[in-house]
Design a protein around this ligand. Structure first.
Ligand SMILES: O=C[C@H](O)COP(=O)(O)O
Length: 145
């Protein structure tokens, strides 16, 4: 299963002393079937089983349907999943880890939508692909300012 393979890669990277941005997210068909929460919780559970030191881990919510497509999760969609993930971590890891864990969003973030996304309480930053190569990247960097 892909989620398990990714989790094992996370564990290996951590064991070798690296820091990790672990990416999770659902397919469009999974979202449309109402399975987003199930999918991201399952992926997070597999990753959590590999993590001993959460200070070296950032969790990135990257809905597959938003990566490189120009279709961005709405702030409400991102916040809903990020909040659920933080609650999952609080319940299954610890409140301290949940409070300190950075949960960032990736998927067609642009200079035009970053500020609105950044206003959501549980969106702690971004994993940026295409827009990182453009001048608008500065607007994304400053989105929380
Ligand atoms: O690594 C970046 C992410 O996969 C998102 O890419 P994107 O911003 O081009 O959609």
């Amino acid at each position: 299963m892909i989620g398990q393979l990714v989790a094992e890669k996370v564990g290996h990277a951590l064991d070798e002393g690296l820091k990790v941005i672990a990416c999770i997210g659902e397919l469009l068909a999974e979202r449309e079937a109402g399975k987003t929460t199930d999918v991201v919780f399952r992926q997070t559970q597999a990753i959590a089983a590999q993590v001993k030191d959460w200070s070296r881990v950032v969790l990135a919510y990257e809905p597959v349907w938003a990566i490189g497509t120009g279709v961005t999760a709405t702030p409400a969609q991102a916040q809903e999943v990020h909040k659920q993930l933080r609650e999952w971590v609080k319940t299954n890891v610890s409140a301290e880890v949940a409070d300190n864990l950075r949960i960032i969003y990736g998927g067609s973030v642009t200079g035009g939508n970053a500020k609105e996304l950044a206003q959501e309480a549980d969106v702690d930053g971004f994993l940026v692909g295409g827009a990182s190569l453009k001048p608008e990247f500065v607007q994304i960097v400053n989105a929380k300012v």
